[in-house]
Design a protein around this ligand. Structure first.
Ligand code: ADP
Ligand code: MG
Length: 594
């Protein structure tokens, strides 16, 4: 027999298995979801590969998942005809942690602990392959990759720090391609090896898997069979007329076992949006992106004509990277399909501008070639049109949240993704019209609730021509700024720009609804009709010499000393030159240089 080689798990794996077993004890059934999701990934990979490799494409017809529950022995076998693993991949994938799902799990577990939350939440996360050990005390993975001509068997026991790998030699167990996972259930968990229970779990967890999942089920059909009559009676019949004897039949149920298709394989985005419920969209989101919270909004649409594609987009409820990381590059947020074939989730940057990278969803194109690469995407006119439409739909969706009756939803959105939109103001001139109405700021008349630019404009004085703002590092320091006095006196509202990025964003917009943005800390602040020219002239005359004297004393420290009409109680204020940086910008620049 071929040698059995023994390997130690990477230390993190042992720790992870401990964690899983100790925090998921009340939610063990997730093991099936995890194994099915891995099988589905493996099938996706094979289907994708077969697009460019005709050698593989001849048997892509039978891409499926089969689950066999052996009640008597307490064994579950899950087979997929996917990409399989080579010997090295077995070591890399099942002996170390480098995978997204498990990393996410560890982080969630930590966050949850820090927050003092209950561990049930964890059950909703993708915890990956090792969840098999929740129910099994021995797991065998027999797998054959198209890259290798040998089939290998990985095996490990629960609570073990090592696993073994050997070559598969039993001719009965040889498979043409793919992976067979065998779970030898723990004594107390043998109940999972029940065909009906498996069927229920598959229906519950794998509604959105786009490959057929078959489970081994007992079936029955009724048939009529002839029955022998009572012998005594038939004797009598015999004596009468044998030919006239009526045949007697009875109905019996014939039992047999067979594979039964257990899931619905039509992808949700191909269905008519009128027939899909919000709960189904949310569930698809949670299952596809391994999330535990529902999205804030979703949008399901089809475009026809010049380019044809279908898509479901989502606004997530929270920013996964933390609010401050606007430029998270690799997000895997958009899953690209071509004619239902999953191509990649690595192309999101090509389909959305960077500042909208938080949008999640699926895009299924009819016009792209199946072997589409990053280069093709970047050059393609089709993609440019797709991108435009996707961006528009994303904005519609965000606008929808902002118009929702539930103000909290948009507050949540803004709290998480406001920075992204401000970045958009700076980076995407073309979409200023869509971005501006979505912005929110505190103001001198609304220090606790943020207002929109529309609300500001509505609140403007009849004669007011411009939108006033002051950039500062907090609401408190903004409202104590001396620049504000005159405007407050005249009841002119001033926006408080308190985030570092705000000022640049506003300056990129330049105006909103034909009203210029004006920085009230700048030299030339002109309150228009609010000026009292006569009075100003008199004051200028009276204090002109004082100004000259102060300028002389300060010398080069200031550019000029002028009479101002913008103060009411403060005696003086330092302002920036009209073309210079505002004090806030200067502070930012200094901070960056430092
Ligand atoms: P994740 O699915 O998040 O990557 P898992 O722990 O579920 O993490 O799986 C680890 C890795 O093992 C997968 O990324 C994949 O490379 C490999 N793997 C697991 N199951 C299969 C399978 N049925 N066929 C092929 N590869 C698999
Ligand atoms: Mg997985």
């Amino acid at each position: 027999p071929p040698p059995v080689e023994k390997y130690e798990y990477q230390a993190e794996v042992s720790r992870l298995m401990d964690l899983i077993v100790n925090s998921l004890y009340s939610n063990k059934e997730v093991f099936l979801r995890e194994l099915i999701s891995n099988a589905s990934d493996a099938l996706d990979k094979l289907r994708y590969l077969s697009v460019t490799n005709p050698e593989l494409s001849k048997d892509v017809a039978d891409l499926d998942i089969r689950i066999y529950a052996d009640k008597e022995n307490g064994v579950i076998t899950l087979t997929d005809s996917g990409i399989g693993m080579t010997r090295q991949e077995l070591v890399d994938c099942l002996g170390t942690i480098a995978q997204s799902g498990t990393a996410k799990f560890l982080k969630a577990l930590k966050d949850n602990k820090d927050a003092g939350g209950d561990n049930n939440l964890i059950g909703q996360f993708g915890v990956g392959f090792y969840s098999a050990f929740l129910v099994a005390d021995r797991v065998t993975v027999s797998t054959k990759s198209p890259k290798s001509d040998k089939q290998y068997v990985w095996e490990s026991e629960a609570d073990s720090s090592s696993y073994t790998i050997k070559e598969e030699t039993d001719p009965q167990l040889i498979i043409p391609r793919g992976t067979r996972i065998t779970l030898h259930l723990k004594r107390d968990e043998k109940g999972y090896a029940d065909p009906e229970r498996i069927q229920k779990l598959v229906k519950n967890y794998s509604q959105f898997v786009s490959f057929p999942i078959y489970t081994w089920q007992e079936k029955g059909y009724t048939k009529e069979v002839e029955v022998d009559d009572d012998p005594a009676e038939s004797k009598k019949d015999d004596q009468d007329d044998q030919t006239e004897r009526k045949k007697k039949t009875k109905k019996v149920v014939e039992r047999y076992w067979d594979w039964e298709l257990t899931n619905e394989t039509q992808p949700i985005w191909l269905r008519n949006s009128k027939e899909v419920t919000t709960e189904e969209y949310n569930e698809f989101y949670r299952k596809t992106f391994n999330e535990y919270l529902d999205p804030l909004a979703s949008s399901h649409f089809t475009t026809e004509g010049e380019v044809e594609f279908r898509s479901i987009l989502y606004v997530p409820p929270i920013s996964p990277m933390g609010k401050d990381d606007v430029v998270n590059q690799k997000t895997k947020n958009i899953r690209l399909y071509v004619k239902r074939v999953f191509i990649s989730d690595d192309f999101d940057g090509e389909l959305f501008p960077r500042y909208l990278s938080f949008i999640k969803g699926v895009v299924d194109s009819h016009d792209l070639p199946l072997n589409v690469s990053r280069e093709i995407l970047q050059e393609s006119r089709i993609v440019r049109i797709m991108k435009k439409r996707l961006v528009k739909k994303a904005f519609d969706m965000i606008l929808g949240i902002s118009l929702s009756e539930n103000r909290e939803d948009y507050e949540k959105f803004w709290d998480n993704f406001g920075k992204h939109l401000k970045l958009g103001c700076i980076e995407d001139r073309e979409n200023h019209k869509r971005l501006a109405p979505l912005l929110r700021f505190f103001s001198s008349q609304s220090e606790n609730d943020m207002i929109s630019l529309d609300e500001y404009v509505e609140n403007m004085k009849a004669e007011q021509k411009a939108i006033y703002y002051i950039a500062s590092d907090s609401v408190t320091s903004a409202k104590n700024a001396p620049f504000l006095e005159k405007l407050t006196e005249k009841e002119l509202e001033v926006l408080y720009l308190v985030e570092p990025i705000d000022e640049v964003a506003i300056q990129s917009l330049k105006s909103y609804k034909d009203k210029d943005f004006i920085d009230i800390s700048k030299e030339d602040l002109d309150l228009g009709k609010y000026k009292n020219e006569e009075k100003e002239a008199a004051v200028k005359k009276e204090f002109g010499q004082t100004c000259d004297w102060i300028k002389k004393r300060l010398g080069d420290k200031v550019a000029s000393v002028q009479i101002s009409s913008r103060l009411s109680s403060s005696p003086c204020v330092l302002v920036s030159g009209k073309f210079g940086w505002s004090a806030n910008m200067e502070r930012l620049m200094k901070a960056q240089a430092g």
